[in-house]
Design a protein around this ligand. Structure first.
Ligand SMILES: [Zn+2]
Length: 374
């Protein structure tokens, strides 16, 4: 077994209730060998894993590659931070820390005056550039880059229209070899605003240059989901009991809406038909009974949660559902628990009567699939 060593400091005030001054500088060094995954023995990859594939290293904020500040009083992790970091990696040709630009290795300094999640991407890779994005480790031609950029711009314009918050920041798209070979050809991705990382794909090959669109119709909803994390993930930074609902179910619901705008309402009909069929036997802990974040598991957050938002849409309509989502985005600094859900709903103009109907049908029920219309 190969071994990784990291030094970790726990810093606590000496006396109870004393206020601790943060240290001005911290040093973190990783030594020894970290496992390189490139065979079939590794079954999993996710945002929280430090992924070495032999060519690149990827470490998001969720992997805790640097000390994460934890606010004990509010029970919140502060993943978005301002920073001034020097990264040294002996054989690195390029180093990138989310929030700054990629720089030549093996030693470079990175800063961000805006609080962001400092994801790390190191290795021997090329950087491609367009007017609105940077592409790390891709190999696209000009036409492919233009089509890719057009599709992303369309998604951003749609969200700006319905949520009234522009998304002007340039994105960084990261392509890297998957470390999980269990399902051949599997690709997956995640967002650490404004970066979107895709594991296992070749971005250039996803583009239909003749018809100027993604070849595969599932790519548009995929990017729409990741782009939606700017809103639910960055503008609103979920925490507390409904963390996963406000992070993933909202992003997935918005991705369905963006895809309906692109492909027509039949997109949503097919989506909800499949989702309800797959979830007939699913048993959900009602959102008003969730006491800890992991009661909203993977299926709940990605597949079942969007049905709850669809239920709200069935009662108050699409436009007012967007007003509710806008209200969530504009309510700062509150724990995203059930009280937050209700407060934002009522403040967005949903009447007590409508809320009661929604709560009774779509929250208190352990399975809403029979109620979803398509
Ligand atoms: Zn997501």
């Amino acid at each position: 077994m190969e071994k990784c060593e990291a030094k970790v400091w726990y810093i606590r005030p000496q006396k109870k209730n004393a206020v601790l001054e943060n240290p001005k500088q911290l040093g973190i060094s990783y030594t020894g060998a970290f496992p390189i995954y490139k065979d079939e023995y590794n079954f999993t990859d996710f945002k929280g894993l430090i992924a070495f594939n032999g060519t690149t290293l990827r470490a998001s904020e969720q992997s805790k590659w640097y000390p994460i500040i934890y606010d004990v009083k509010k029970d919140q992790q502060l993943e978005q931070v301002t920073f001034d970091i020097t990264v040294e990696s002996k054989n690195a040709v390029q180093i990138f820390v989310n929030g700054d630009l990629p720089k030549a290795g093996p030693l470079a300094n990175f800063r961000s005056a805006t609080p962001l999640a400092p994801m790390l991407f190191i290795g021997d890779y090329k950087v491609q550039q367009t007017a609105n994005a940077l592409f790390l480790n891709t190999n696209m031609n000009k036409a492919q880059l233009a089509v890719f950029e057009k599709e992303i711009a369309e998604i951003k314009a749609y969200y700006n229209k319905v949520l009234a918050i522009p998304y002007d920041t340039k994105n960084i798209f990261i392509e890297h070899t998957a470390i999980e070979k269990f399902n051949k050809g599997r690709t997956w991705g995640f967002a650490s605003y404004p970066s979107i990382a895709i594991a296992g794909g070749n971005l250039g090959e996803t583009i239909d240059e003749v018809n100027k669109k993604f070849k595969d119709s599932t790519d548009y909803p995929f990017y729409a989901h990741e782009i939606a994390h700017y809103y639910f993930g960055n503008v609103l930074q979920p925490n507390s009991t409904l963390f996963w609902f406000f992070l993933e179910s909202t992003a997935e619901y918005l991705s369905i809406k963006a895809s309906e705008a692109k492909f027509g309402k039949t997109y949503g009909d097919i989506y909800f038909k499949n989702a309800t069929n797959n979830l007939r036997k699913f048993k959900a802990v009602p959102l008003n009974k969730v006491t800890e974040i992991n009661q909203i598991g993977g299926t709940y957050r990605y597949s079942y949660g969007p049905l709850i938002l669809r239920g709200l849409e069935q009662i108050i309509g699409e436009k007012r559902t967007f007003s509710f989502l806008k209200q969530c985005l504009n309510t700062k600094g509150k724990p995203t628990d059930y009280a937050f859900f209700k407060e934002c709903a009522l403040q967005s103009g949903i009447s007590q009567k409508e809320w009661n109907a929604f709560e009774k049908q779509f929250i208190e029920s352990e399975n809403v699939t029979a109620l979803i219309k398509y």
